[in-house]
Design a protein around this ligand. Sequence first.
Ligand code: HEM
Length: 532
Amino acid sequence: MLGTIVTALFTLEGALLVAVLVLLYNYVIVRSSRFFADRGVPYVPPVPFLGNGSDFITRKRHITDVLGDMYHRFANHRFFGYFDFFSPIYVVRDLELVKQVCIKDFDHFVNHRIQLDENHDPLFGRALFAMRDNRWRNMRTVLSPAFTGSKMRLMFGLITTYCEGAVRTIQSEMGSDGCAELEMKELFRRFGNDIVATCAFGIEINSFQDRTNAFFTLGKELTNLDGVQGIKFLAFSSFPRLMQALRLRLFSEKMTSFFRHVVMDTIGQREKHGVVRHDMINLLMQARKQELRFDENDNIETSNGGSGAQKRTMDWTDDDITAQCTVFFFGGYDTVSTLSAFMAHELAVNPDVQGRLQAEIDDVRTMIGGADKLNYETIQSMRYLDMVANETLRKWTPAPFLDRTCTKPYVLQDYDGRRVQLQKGDGLWIPAAAIMRDPLLFPDPERFWPERFAIDGQAPVDSTAMLSFGIGPRNCIGSRFALMETKAVFFFLLSHFTLEAGPRTLHPIRLKKGSLAPVAENGSWVRFRLRK
Ligand code: HEM
């Protein structure tokens, strides 16, 4: 075998192939690895082909830990260099510089790095997250009224109705000791799936009873960032043109056509029968007719960072509508289930915090006369619930880093005055998880301590360092929905159950190494005990 290869190399074609490979190696790997050295930017020499994320790609460490180590190593710099495979990225670690880049000078960093062909990958390519420049500005302007407090208030009833039923299903599965040990990510995926189905797609599903429904299985596949899919996601950011040239898709045709049919059938039915339901499909139908507006009482802080000259109307295709519904899955389903799984774990291992939260929930329930009277205003007024959610987002942020592409040349300046010129197309990361675990910004960062968010706390938090929902005009459009959903689910759960560490609970949590999204290794198990 070896002999055959050696003989082949001595043919003309073999020699040419070797020459091309050597040139390619030299051009792509050696040249790109000098990128930061040539610009005087601090960096760690990358592993050829795999870059600085080699430990993540080979499943030795979670990406949060890889970036966290580099964040501390370059503590004397405002930014450092990172190789995502062989694609160079500037990592901005200084909070003031993060604000400058993402807010003040946003027009230099409008887009995310990912680039998908809208026709080839219609679901994600047309979703707000992947849109670019003015197309993004238009869509963000059109969609913003759908995510305001007044629209959340209307959707809230759909969530509480669902929670009541889901709690009854969990109760029916309890053993004779009134306990059940459950895996949190799986539990909250089911909650999240059914809530997205009702709020975004207008469909009622109970994934606790119908455990293999198509919505749940395809939604899980759609949001899976484990192993190969996580690496594929990074590759679409690092080498978009290569991925497009290879005609690779992020999501399968089967998945795309499933969601397209669900949305189109629902719209068809509603138009035919004149049905109005307070969900996202309804809002998107209004947007298509250019009837979606901010309400008088909406606090309109959802700017798109533009000059205000963008057009506020657009022509919608069926795929545009499907993509904006599906974004609830991609943007909201895995992130919310991650937040909820870590929150349940922290409450189980911090019974004093859970006790305080249950006391707040019990007081509110008594005050309003029962959980069925819960509304959006009441859940918004619950201070301790908000602190617990914030502390979970800080310690276990579902998105470990944010990304941007430089859209206009820009100069980054280090603490010592050294300057580096960024060019259009250069990539930028913001290590959100590392910033939110920096002891200078959040004292005793490993401690789960919701009181740090108390208004009169001893060590007041710099709220601008809370990056879980991103920062600036490109921040998460669904943050209100995410918080409303998580808080409502925990209101119902903690009204009926106390969460405890059980025999399978692993504490402290270790992150699963091959997953881009943070997930507990070996699952996150918590015992539910029926409250008296
Ligand atoms: C705990 C839950 C969630 C977390 C932690 C989260 C986090 C994020 C982050 C970090 C970004 C990028 C922000 C930036 O680059 O500055 C983002 C963007 C986005 N999120 Fe969320 N998200 C959550 C829930 C949701 C939900 C429920 C939706 C529902 C629609 C959603 C929809 C989106 C969309 C559409 C974008 C892109 C916005 C744009 O590019 O204009 N997210 N999210």
